[in-house]
Design a protein around this ligand. Sequence first.
Ligand SMILES: C[S@@+](CC[C@H](N)C(=O)[O-])C[C@H]1O[C@@H](n2cnc3c(N)ncnc32)[C@H](O)[C@@H]1O
Length: 347
Amino acid sequence: MSPTAQQDGRVGDRIENYTGFWQKDMNKEKKNDTDNRVENYTEVINGYYDGATELYEYGWAQSFHFSRFYKGESFAASLARHEHYLASQMVLRPGMRVLDVGCGVGGPAREIARFADVEIVGLNNNDFQIGRARKYTKKAGLEDQVTFAKGDFMKLSEQFGENSFDAVYAIEATVHAPTWEGVYGEILKVLKPGGVFGVYEWCMTDRWDPSIPEHKALAHEIEFGNGIPEMRPLAKAREALKTVGFQIEHEEDLAERPDVVPWYYPLEGDIWKAQTVWDYFTVWRMSWSGKLATHNAMKLMEVVGMLPKGTWDVGEALKVAGDALVRGGQTKLFTPMYLVVCRKPQN
Ligand SMILES: C[S@@+](CC[C@H](N)C(=O)[O-])C[C@H]1O[C@@H](n2cnc3c(N)ncnc32)[C@H](O)[C@@H]1O
């Protein structure tokens, strides 16, 4: 373990292992070995987030998700609106006890707590992110309303007990699960009867055909660039929700809306598409010159020990992610915003 690891929860070895893991995964004998990734999901995902968290915060925001955009709408406003939209579709009411599954550094939890006046428990398997989530929440004065717990979303009922939340939501997190049936089944268990689950899921759309090599390659780049064991089709998410016992009340792929400003625009790095003056800087960080500047600075910081070893490599994986996500968005083969609102039956 590096000294940083003991202080802030990051584990140097697993950041370094992230890229190595995928190299092994893609070697000639075991081409694209999803089984290996699914079995080792905790190490792979934690290695990825140990390396990627600071980059996400620097290049994006404290909310690690995408959103739709309206013309002239700032980046921060659109992220918040996306969170409010989920909360309102779920009809969250003041006083409800709500679980945020895969909560990142708590950006959405703080925003939804303020918006809907609910009590939120953020669940995350990554120590480094939990530490940051607690720090930001204290700074926001929300520590009595928004708390955080370390744990694996594949074992929710073991940790929280059955029937313990009025509502559960997950924003762009459950794609990291080794199986959707596994994580959705656990969410169903911890919900009270009649409780609501709302999710923004990452999926390959119905246009995606894994027998087409370019489609398969796109899914693999998204997996590698984002620490995802296996990209799966949207129909499989719907089927998994029903199989575990949810009643689907509303579903929509929000990426299908005819938006003038597409959800992936900040990743394109085209500063002329920035919607507000302030957002020029956010978009610039995704441009080729912004990426070059960041990656050189990161290399230097890694060499002098300010960043754990392997962070630069994870940054390289993030570049692959950015390009693949834009391609997935342009071709509509991929969506990061398949919205489902569903309910646990009363009996
Ligand atoms: C893309 S981030 C989204 C974070 C947050 N929902 C947001 O929108 O800011 C995915 C999150 O899922 C968490 N995660 C991944 N696998 C997990 C698991 N098995 N158990 C708990 N959390 C997990 C990651 O640590 C990360 O915080």
